[in-house]
Write a protein that binds this ligand. Structure first.
Ligand SMILES: [Zn+2]
Length: 260
């Protein structure tokens, strides 16, 4: 389903100077009020069937350090608990999250390594692709090739939905789709900014699945989330991820869209 950026709250529209399309994106550090209350999402998602995650080697595409945890931390911990190999493709180092913060990319990369470890993923299974934060779409062909290099027929591939409203998330979703189609990997999409920028009708009629998370898996995800300190607290102003925006990452389930 095509999706425009018209659903961004007017108050938070601005034009990203780094985006090649120059189209409006939301300045995420100033998102205060999600378009859809968490309670509304919980009601909407309540009716979708459970997903039995395939017991297969798993590759997770993470546009920025923290996305692996925010969108798929429970699934990663589940697969690792079953001793299945899990790789995280760290597409950018998230260096553009705050202005004028030297070494932010290095700090966030280290935070992601710690988060991965909390989820049971060894450091050598986190592959840093080092594409530029907020400009991933310029490298989409290359990204599809690099994702495909990690896949085999039957690999479970997790990536953000191509309409998850952030330009880098969208580019990663499109590249993952191409890589999966080329290799025969099984693809399931995950979400994050959708929960804050969209309304439920944007997901209606899609084959969503719920992954129920045990207390143990929720705790592992919470431990991983706590590793992303630069996103959770700021000495100077509101962090990128205030507690209000973390509610979807604290649900007792995760949501996936299965792609056939
Ligand atoms: Zn992201």
């Amino acid at each position: 389903m095509a999706q425009s950026h018209d659903n961004y709250p007017i108050a938070v529209l601005f034009t990203c100077k780094q985006c090649k399309h120059g189209r409006p994106i939301a300045p995420f550090s100033t998102v205060q009020n999600p378009v859809t209350p968490e309670e509304t999402w919980l009601q909407f998602l309540n009716g979708f069937p459970a997903w039995q995650v395939p017991s297969r080697p798993t590759v997770v595409v993470s546009p920025h350090p923290d996305d692996e945890t925010l969108s798929a931390g429970g699934l990663i911990a589940l697969q690792r608990r079953a001793q299945l190999p899990v790789s995280i493709l760290a597409v950018t180092d998230g260096e553009a999250a705050y202005r004028d913060q030297p070494h932010l990319g290095e700090t966030r990369a280290a935070e992601q390594q710690a988060a991965a470890q909390a989820l049971g993923v060894a450091p050598e299974q986190v592959f840093r692709l080092r594409l530029p934060d907020s400009r991933v779409s310029r490298f989409e062909d290359d990204l599809a090739d690099r994702i495909a290099a990690h896949l085999a027929t039957g690999t479970l591939l997790i990536a953000n939905w191509p309409h998850d409203p952030h330009p880098d998330h969208e580019a990663c979703g499109r590249a993952a789709l191409r890589a999966a189609d080329r290799t025969g990997a099984s693809l399931a999409f995950c979400f994050f900014w959708t929960w804050h920028q969209n309304r439920p009708d944007s997901l209606a009629h899609l084959p969503l699945r719920r992954l129920e998370l045990s207390d143990d898996l929720q705790q592992r995800r919470a431990d991983a989330l706590a590793c992303h300190r630069t996103q959770l607290q700021q000495s100077d102003g509101e962090p990128v991820l205030p507690e209000l925006l973390l509610k979807p990452a604290r649900r007792n389930f995760e949501t996936y869209l299965l792609h056939d």
